[in-house]
Design a protein around this ligand. Structure first.
Ligand SMILES: C/C(=C\C[C@@]12O[C@]1(C)C(=O)c1ccccc1C2=O)CCC[C@H](C)CCC[C@H](C)CCCC(C)C
Length: 165
């Protein structure tokens, strides 16, 4: 049996993923600008401890601060976190087009990974950098709501399957 996706889900996913990509692209822009010009002031740099560029250019801003334990700090694998974010939201957007049960499973699975990543980055933000990064916190919220959308889709799928039997 084939059924379309609910309109609300399509709209919510589209909005969340586009918003997530915009946040990631902005984070990437700020990081690259700050790295080439230390005097650069980003819109999200509101104060000494409310600074996003300080966070993005920290050692945790690339490869989650973990990849540099495996490869050199300037290795191409040590990409900014925001690149991973762009890949993640693009994946959520494109997988979201598919109605297959396997897609629903992969969406929930990658969402769990992103929540684990968010929790890790949030604790670095809170306990290590002690900085209020508004762009970062917004991405955690996006990831959380995206998870709710994905869980809702999976449970909706189970109900549809029961009805079909
Ligand atoms: C802008 C963004 C996150 C913001 C930020 O990472 C930034 C930029 C950063 O420099 C930083 C430094 C220190 C502490 C916190 C932070 C962050 O907060 C996007 C990622 C969002 C999300 C956490 C991505 C999760 C990706 C999954 C790990 C991928 C799994 C799915 C794969 C199958 C593709």
């Amino acid at each position: 049996m084939f059924w379309g996706l609910p309109t609300w889900e399509r709209k919510a996913r589209c909005f969340l993923c586009v918003f997530g990509i915009l946040l990631s692209v902005y984070a990437l822009h700020v990081e690259l600008s700050k790295e080439s010009n230390p005097d650069y002031r980003a819109v999200c740099d509101l104060g000494e401890s409310v600074s996003c560029s300080k966070v993005f250019t920290s050692r945790w801003g690339r490869g989650f601060g973990l990849v540099q334990f495996l490869v050199a700090e300037d290795h191409f694998l040590n990409q900014p976190n925001s690149i991973l974010g762009i890949i993640f939201y693009t994946l959520q957007l494109s997988l979201g087009l598919s109605v297959s049960p396997r897609a629903a499973m992969l969406l929930v699975l990658s969402s769990w990974v992103s929540l684990a990543g968010s929790l890790y980055l949030a604790s670095i933000l809170l306990f290590v950098l002690e900085d209020l990064c508004l762009v970062c916190i917004s991405t955690y919220v996006v990831n959380l709501v995206l998870m709710l959308v994905n869980l809702k889709r999976r449970s909706g799928l189970a109900v549809a399957r029961e009805k079909a039997e």
